[in-house]
Ligand binder design. Structure first.
Ligand code: FES
Length: 122
């Protein structure tokens, strides 16, 4: 059973793992996205879901960012900055910009610092 609190979710990253996306590096992309999610302190605020082919194989690998509104905007009924955003031909090096642009930084700074410190030691 997942420990994710739905109310704390900033969103979901749907990572296509169909055959074209897998050949184009989907596993490496997802790994980079997960790493940057931890570095940004968003580990428990973004869910990762692997999908089958989404039908855009020529633009593989595909990542779909589904962004939830911040709680204060959700209460106000604002949804203009939310929804599904398709990312085409995603590369591992795109992960930081993708996470930052869609989800910003997280609230778990302790975890983010620990991940960065561990990464610096390598
Ligand atoms: S395999 Fe990913 S879009 Fe077809």
């Amino acid at each position: 059973m997942s420990k994710t609190n739905v109310d704390d979710l900033r969103g979901v990253l749907f990572c296509c793992h169909g055959s074209s996306c897998t050949r184009a590096g989907a596993r490496t992309v997802e790994k980079a996205l997960r790493l940057h999610t931890r570095e940004a302190g968003l580990k428990n605020q973004i869910r990762f879901v692997r999908t089958a082919c989404t039908g855009l194989c020529k633009s593989a690998p595909i990542v779909i960012a589904s962004v939830n509104p911040p709680p204060e905007e959700a209460q106000a009924g604002a949804a203009s900055t939310c929804g599904a955003r398709w990312q085409l031909k995603v590369r591992a090096e795109d992960a930081p910009a993708l996470i930052d642009s869609h989800f910003g930084t997280g609230t778990n700074e302790t975890e983010a610092k620990a991940v960065k410190k561990k990464k610096a030691k390598k």
